[in-house]
Design a protein around this ligand. Structure first.
Ligand SMILES: CC(C)(COP(=O)(O)OP(=O)(O)OC[C@H]1O[C@@H](n2cnc3c(N)ncnc32)[C@H](O)[C@@H]1O)[C@@H](O)C(=O)NCCC(=O)NCCS
Ligand SMILES: Nc1ncnc2c1ncn2[C@@H]1O[C@H](COP(=O)(O)OP(=O)(O)OP(=O)(O)O)[C@@H](O)[C@H]1O
Length: 199
């Protein structure tokens, strides 16, 4: 028997409903590590990565932390700059994820919410992966409704992400978020049951 919790990776492309599903998992008492929140904390006011990011991208940080709009404009669409930012951010996120796992060592199941799981090869050590997915037109409508989002930015981000169809093909579970929330919640409950049964 494996020591420690089972680990479910949760991923999905922009606007597919990861955060909503992560919220559903938390209400089922499943601890969720939120990679995006970790990035925000590391880049926010007094964030641990501010000196390194300022050195690599002068003028991109201030008293409120990283200017995400400006840094995003600099790195999305420029693979070298994006790789430089990732080399700063990803090891720090991995360290926080290790802390989380130690803190929740007694839970039967934990979830790693990792937006870029397939893009950045974060699948090692996971027992299963669930992908959130909705039809492309639902995704587009959700994303373009967000403040500060433009069609251009959306297209740039999509181009950086593994296509939804490929994610669905590779995942152990597909969670459909293109339907009313209750239907999605039912699927989430089923996955948690399947992964915690028979321990
Ligand atoms: C460049 C930053 C500051 C822009 O922040 P902003 O708030 O404008 O965008 P946000 O983080 O919400 O990302 C928007 C979309 O782009 C995607 N995205 C973010 N980083 C990347 C990346 N390195 N490669 C591909 N897609 C990415 C996200 O999954 C999301 O769908 C930020 O995305 C960042 O620091 N990215 C590098 C670190 C990283 O890889 N984070 C992903 C979680 S580990
Ligand atoms: N069945 C459903 N499941 C999940 N989200 C749904 C569903 N129906 C409607 N929605 C809505 O779709 C939106 C999904 O946004 P959410 O922030 O969860 O996506 P995300 O994948 O985390 O996005 P990003 O990767 O861009 O941060 C929310 O506004 C949510 O209320």
């Amino acid at each position: 028997m494996k020591a420690g919790p089972r680990i479910l990776g949760l991923t999905g492309s922009i606007g597919m409903g990861k955060s909503t599903v992560a919220g559903m998992l938390r209400t089922l008492d499943v601890p969720v590590f939120d990679a995006d929140a970790a990035v925000h904390a590391l880049q926010g006011p007094r964030g641990a990565l501010l000196p390194q990011i300022e050195a690599a991208f002068p003028g991109s940080t201030g008293p409120d932390g990283v200017d995400r709009q400006a840094l995003g404009a600099a790195v999305f669409g420029n693979p070298d700059k994006l790789a430089r930012l990732e080399a700063i951010v990803h090891p720090a996120v991995a360290a926080l994820r290790g802390d989380f796992l130690r803190d929740n060592g007694d839970a039967p199941l934990v979830v790693f919410d990792i937006p870029l799981l397939y893009e950045k090869g974060g699948a090692q050590g996971l027992d299963a992966v669930a992908v959130v997915s909705a039809p492309a037109e639902v995704q587009r409508a959700r994303v373009l409704a967000r403040p500060g989002m433009t069609t251009e930015k959306f297209e740039q981000i999509l181009a950086l992400q593994v296509p939804d169809a490929e994610k669905r093909a590779r995942a152990d579970y597909v969670i459909d978020t293109g339907l009313p929330l209750d239907g999605t919640r039912e699927q989430v409950v089923g996955i948690v049951r399947a992964l915690t049964r028979g321990d």
